[in-house]
Design a protein around this ligand. Structure first.
Ligand SMILES: Nc1ncnc2c1ncn2[C@@H]1O[C@H](COP(=O)(O)OP(=O)(O)OP(=O)(O)O)[C@@H](O)[C@H]1O
Length: 688
C-alpha cells in the first residue's frame, strides 16, 4: 500500500484500525472462553473433590493454573490491542531494496501487528527495519536483518500523532525525527511517572539502545539527555532481540533509591515488557554482610557531609574513591598470599604432619581460590596424602584436627582484621574509623566486602544476565569492582559526573577505563528536559561546554531575594498557590538538606492535600507538590521547581547539589534566598 497524502493516510489508518478491532474482538472472545474454562474447572474440583484421590486432585489443580496462565496471556494481548487501537503507529518509512523498483512501506508502532493474510501491518519499534526510521534521512540506507545487511534507499518518511484512534497530525519528514515533533513531545506537561520516548528516539540514542556488542556500555550524558530513558528502552530492545533466552527476571536495575525506582517503574510495562526487579547497593551490601555489621548508608554519608564538611572524613572518603585504591587493595591481598600463611608441624598425639608437607601443599593449591576454600583444599590434600606413624589413613578425629590446625595457620580470621591491617601496613590507621555501635562508614562498606570476597569467596548472581546501573557518578571504583564480581554479566552503566552528590566519592571516565578495559564509552550531549533558559541558568552553576541545549524556550528562571525565612516561606506559599491553578502536574521544591525540606513542608501542608514530603523512607513518586532534597531528587523531573534557601549552597559539594536541583525543572524554575545568594548563582567558579 502506498499512501501519497493525508487522505490516503487516513484511509490506511481506518483500514488498520478495522483489522485491530477485529483482532481485539477475537481476542476478547478467547478471554471470555478462558474465563469460562477456569470457572468450569474450579467448579468441577469443588463438586468432585470428595471423590478424588491426591493425584487426581493435583492434576486438576495443575489444569486450573495452566488455564489461568493461558487466560492471563490472552488478557495481555487484548490490552495490547486496545492500546494499539488508540495509537497503532507513529512512523512510516518507505525503503527500496537495492535493485528493486518499488519501495516497501513499513509502519512503525509500539508493538508489531500482522493482518489476517500474514502481512506485517505494523512493525515493532525494535524490529530491524524500524531502525531505519530512527537512523536515516531520505537517501541511501542499510539495516541489519537476521539474514544479513540489507542495502537500499529510504524514499519517504512520515511521522504521525494518533490519539484515541484519530490522526492529530502527520508530518512529511526528511530529517531523522524532526525537531518539530520532538518539541511537541517535550512541551507536554509531565505526569507523575517517566514515560516512553519510542516515537522520538534520536539517532545517537538509538545506537545505544541497539548496541549488542558491548560487554559493558558506559553512557556519560549531560543532565536531561535521556540516559535513563535510553537505558530502559535498551532493556526493552534486548528483551525483544533475545526473546526465549532473556527474560525480565534475568535483568537487574540498580536504583539509587525507592522513589526513583517507582518513578521509572512504568516505562517497561508501557513498552509491553514485564517489570524488572530492582535493587540497590545498600540492599546488596546488607545481604553480603548479614547481621555482623551495621553500616551508614550513602544518603547518610551525604547528609553528614552536607551538615559539616569534616576534612578528615573527606580525606577518608577521597582515599577510598580511586582506581588506585583498588589496585592497592589487590597488591596487598596478593602479597598476603605469600606472607600470611605460616606452615608448621601438626601434632596429633604421637603422630605428626610435617611442616614441609604443609608448606608444599599450600604451594600446590590455586591462588585463584578464596582463602577459606584454599585452606579447605589444603587440609583435604594433607588428609589424603599423609599417614600416621603406622602408615594408616587418618581417622575422622585426626582429620578434624588437621582442618582446625590448617585454618589457624592463616594470619587473619576475618575480613575486618585484614582490612584494618591494610591501613596499619600503610601507617595510615587514621583512614579507618568505626562509628559508634561498630557501624561502618559508608566508604568502608565496599572495600570490606572486596576483602571478604577474597577471604570467603563471591556469591555470584549467575541467573542475572544484564545489569543496569543508574547514577554511576555516585559509585566508586571499588563499588564497581565488587559489583562486577556479584554480576559477571553484561552491564549498562549510566550517569553524569556533573551531577555527583558527593564529589569526594565518584568515578571518573579514566577510572572506568581502568576498571572496565573492554567497555564501550558513549556520550550524550543534547539535553531534552529543560527549556533553553533553565539550562543556560544551570550552566552558570556548573559550566559544561559540552551541553547542547534544545531550542525550546520558556520563562527566564527567577531568583528572588527574601527579607528573612518567614518572608521566604510566604513567597514559596504564593508560588505554590499560583501553581495549584496552573494545570501543571508536578512541582518539586528541592532543598539542600532534609531539615530545610521539613521546614518548607510544615509551612505548606495545610495548603493542599497534594503536598507531600519525600524522604529516604518514601516509597513512591507522587503527582502534585513534592518537597524534598537535591540528593533524593536526582534522576527525577518536575514541570516546575522551586529551589529555596539558595544562600546555603557554599561549598563544592553544594555546587553540585544546586546544579542537580535546578536541572530537575522542565518548564519553570524559581530560586529563593535570604541575605546573599550562593556564589554559584553569580557565576562564580570558586566556592567561598
Ligand atoms: N528522544 C527523546 N524524545 C522525547 N523526550 C526525550 C527524548 N530523550 C529524552 N527525553 C526526555 O528528556 C527528559 C530527561 O530524560 P532522562 O530522565 O532519561 O534523562 P537523564 O539523562 O537520565 O537525566 P538526568 O541525568 O538529568 O536525571 C525526560 O522527560 C525524557 O522523556
Amino acid at each position: 500500500m502506498f499512501n501519497k497524502n493525508e487522505a490516503a493516510e487516513k484511509a490506511h489508518l481506518a483500514f488498520v484500525l478495522a483489522e485491530l478491532r477485529r483482532a481485539w474482538e477475537e481476542t476478547d472472545e478467547r478471554v471470555k472462553k478462558a474465563y469460562q474454562s477456569v470457572m468450569t474447572a474450579k467448579q468441577y474440583v469443588v463438586e468432585q473433590s470428595s471423590e478424588m484421590d491426591g493425584m487426581e486432585f493435583a492434576a486438576n489443580q495443575y489444569d486450573i493454573s495452566f488455564a489461568i496462565d493461558l487466560g492471563e496471556r490472552v488478557v495481555i494481548k487484548r490490552n495490547r490491542l486496545a492500546k494499539m487501537i488508540a495509537s497503532p503507529y507513529f512512523g512510516r518509512v518507505d525503503f527500496r531494496d537495492a535493485g528493486a523498483t518499488e519501495a516497501d512501506v513499513w509502519y512503525i508502532g509500539l508493538y508489531g501487528f500482522e493482518g489476517p493474510d500474514g502481512n506485517e501491518l505494523i512493525c515493532d519499534w525494535r524490529s530491524p527495519v524500524a531502525g531505519l526510521f530512527y537512523d536515516y534521512d531520505i537517501g541511501k540506507a542499510v539495516y541489519s536483518a537476521p539474514a544479513g545487511d540489507v542495502e537500499g534507499e529510504v524514499v519517504r518518511k512520515r511521522q504521525f500523532k494518533i490519539h484515541n484512534g484519530a490522526m492529530e497530525y502527520m508530518i512529511e519528514s526528511g530529517v531523522a525525527i524532526r525537531d518539530e515533533v520532538l518539541q511537541k513531545e517535550l512541551s507536554v506537561k509531565s505526569n507523575d511517572k517517566m514515560k516512553s520516548i519510542v516515537s522520538t528516539i534520536q539517532k545517537e540514542q538509538n545506537a545505544i539502545i541497539r548496541n549488542e556488542s558491548a560487554p559493558v556500555l558506559i553512557i556519560q550524558g549531560v543532565a536531561g539527555s535521556g540516559k535513563t530513558s535510553v537505558a530502559l528502552h535498551r532493556v526493552a530492545y534486548l528483551l525483544y532481540k533475545y526473546r526465549g533466552t532473556l527474560e525480565s527476571k534475568h535483568i537487574r536495575i540498580l536504583s539509587p533509591n525507592r522513589v526513583f525506582a517507582d518513578y521509572i517503574a512504568n516505562v517497561l510495562p508501557e513498552l509491553g515488557e514485564e517489570h524488572i526487579p530492582e535493587t540497590s547497593m545498600e540492599e546488596l551490601a546488607a545481604a553480603e554482610l548479614g547481621d555482623k555489621f551495621q553500616f551508614q548508608t550513602f544518603h547518610e554519608q551525604v547528609a553528614e557531609l552536607t551538615a559539616y564538611e569534616d576534612p578528615s572524613l573527606i580525606e577518608r572518603i577521597r582515599y577510598k574513591s580511586t582506581a588506585t585504591f583498588v589496585e592497592e587493595l589487590d597488591s596487598f591481598l596478593r602479597q598476603g598470599d605469600d606472607e600470611w600463611f605460616f606452615p608448621r608441624t601438626i601434632t596429633i598425639g604421637r603422630d605428626a604432619v610435617p611442616e614441609a608437607a604443609v608448606a608444599e601443599g599450600y604451594e600446590k593449591v590455586s591462588r585463584l581460590l578464596p582463602v577459606k576454600r584454599r585452606l579447605e583444599k589444603l587440609a583435604s590434600f594433607l588428609i589424603s596424602n599423609t599417614r600416621d606413624v603406622n602408615g594408616n589413613k587418618w581417622n575422622s578425629s585426626a582429620a578434624a584436627k588437621i582442618k582446625t590446625a590448617v585454618r589457624s595457620m592463616y594470619k587473619y580470621k576475618d575480613a575486618l582484621s585484614m582490612y584494618k591491617a591494610f591501613y596499619q601496613q600503610k601507617g595510615r590507621q587514621n583512614l579507618f574509623e568505626l562509628k559508634p555501635n561498630r557501624t561502618l562508614e559508608y566508604s568502608d562498606v565496599f572495600p570490606l566486602i572486596y576483602i571478604k570476597m577474597h577471604l570467603e569467596g563471591v556469591k555470584t548472581q549467575e541467573d542475572v544476565k544484564h545489569v543496569l546501573v543508574d547514577e554511576m557518578q555516585d559509585y566508586t571504583p571499588v563499588q564497581f569492582a565488587v559489583l562486577s564480581r556479584w554480576f559477571p554479566c553484561k552491564k549498562t552503566i549510566l550517569g553524569d559526573g556533573f551531577q555527583t552528590v558527593n564529589p569526594y566519592a565518584s568515578c571518573t571516565l579514566e577510572d572506568f577505563r581502568r576498571i572496565f578495559p573492554k567497555a564501550h564509552i558513549v556520550e550524550l550531549t543534547k539535553s531534552y528536559r529543560s527549556t533553553f533558559e533553565i539550562l543556560q541558568f544551570a550552566q552558570t552553576i556548573v559550566p559544561n561546554a559540552r551541553i547542547e541545549p534544545l531550542e525550546r524556550h520558556g520563562d527566564t528562571p527567577s531568583v528572588v531575594e527574601c527579607r528573612d525565612e518567614r518572608d521566604q516561606l510566604e513567597m514559596i506559599r504564593r508560588v505554590v498557590a499560583e501553581w495549584l491553578g496552573s494545570g501543571d502536574q508536578t512541582l518539586g521544591i528541592v532543598c539542600k538538606t532534609a531539615d530545610m525540606a521539613e521546614r518548607v513542608y510544615r509551612n505548606l501542608e495545610d495548603l493542599s492535600e497534594h503536598v507531600c514530603l519525600l524522604d529516604f523512607q518514601s516509597e513512591t513518586f507522587p503527582a502534585g507538590i513534592a518537597v524534598t532534597t537535591a540528593h533524593l531528587a536526582k534522576g527525577l523531573e518536575f514541570d516546575g521547581v522551586i529551589v529555596p534557601f539558595a544562600n546555603a549552597y557554599q561549598s563544592e559539594l553544594d555546587r553540585h547539589l544546586l546544579y542537580v536541583a535546578c536541572t530537575r525543572a522542565m518548564h519553570r524554575l524559581v530560586v529563593t534566598y535570604v541575605g546573599s545568594p550562593s556564589p554559584f548563582l553569580l557565576g562564580s567558579s570558586e566556592p567561598v
